[in-house]
Design a protein around this ligand. Structure first.
Ligand SMILES: Cc1cc2nc3c(=O)[nH]c(=O)nc-3n(C[C@H](O)[C@H](O)[C@H](O)COP(=O)(O)O)c2cc1C
Length: 171
C-alpha cells in the first residue's frame, strides 16, 4: 500500500457541500482516526488507514512547501488552512479545503485533527497553476526556492498566506 507505486489518474472525485472529512493523527502524522466519509472518498478501509502515515493519500501534484508550512504551524500550536489535492487508493484525485489543529493533553501536543470540506472551485483555478509552479521549482531548484516564490507571490498580492487562502475559499 505504498503511495509511490500509485499512478495518478485524471479522474476527479467531487465532494458534496455537506461532506466533512475528518482524521486525527499522532504527533508524527500517523492516522489514529478517520470518519466514514474519509474512507468512502479515499477508497481505503479503516484497517488500511489506521497507523498509516497520512501521506498515504498524498498526491504528487502537491508541493512539498505546502506541507512544510502546515507542519511548521501546527507543531507550534497554530492552525493551518490550505487547499490540498489528495489521491484515492486507485489514483483518482479530490480537492479539499483543509483545517488542521493540534490536540492537547495537559498543555502538551499529543496529536492533530484535520477537518476538510469541499474546496471552492474558483479557488482551485488560482491554486492549481500556483502549485504547478511550486512543484516545478522544487523539482529543479528545491524547496527553499519554492518557498521564496510563494512568499514573493503573496507579497505581490499584499496578502498573508492565511488571507489568501481564506479569501479564496470565501471562508
Ligand atoms: C492531521 C493531519 C492531516 C493531514 N492530512 C493530509 C492530507 O489530507 N493529505 C496529505 O497529503 N497530507 C496530509 N497531511 C500531511 C502528511 O502528514 C505529510 O506531511 C504529507 O502528506 C507529505 O508527506 P511526505 O513528506 O512523505 O511527502 C496531514 C497531516 C496531519 C497532521
Amino acid at each position: 500500500m505504498s503511495k509511490i507505486n500509485k499512478v495518478p489518474t485524471k479522474i476527479e472525485i467531487k465532494l458534496n457541500e455537506n461532506d466533512f472529512i475528518v482524521s486525527k493523527t499522532d504527533t508524527k502524522g500517523k492516522i489514529t482516526y478517520c470518519n466514514e466519509i474519509f474512507m468512502d472518498i479515499a477508497a481505503y478501509n479503516e484497517k488500511e488507514l489506521l497507523s498509516s502515515n497520512h501521506n498515504i493519500i498524498r498526491h504528487p501534484d502537491m508541493p512539498k512547501v505546502a506541507f512544510k508550512l502546515a507542519w511548521d504551524l501546527i507543531s507550534k500550536g497554530d492552525e493551518f488552512f490550505g487547499f490540498v489535492k489528495n489521491m484515492t487508493k486507485n489514483g483518482d484525485f479530490y480537492w479539499v479545503f483543509t483545517n488542521i489543529t493540534a490536540d492537547y493533553i495537559d498543555g502538551k501536543i499529543v496529536g492533530y485533527t484535520s477537518v476538510r470540506r469541499k474546496a471552492n472551485s474558483t479557488a482551485i483555478k488560482t491554486i492549481m497553476p500556483l502549485y504547478k509552479k511550486l512543484v516545478e521549482i522544487e523539482q529543479n531548484r528545491g524547496m527553499k526556492e519554492s518557498a521564496a516564490f510563494l512568499f514573493k507571490f503573496l507579497e505581490e498580492k499584499g496578502l498573508s498566506y492565511d488571507e489568501l487562502i481564506l479569501s479564496l475559499q470565501g471562508a
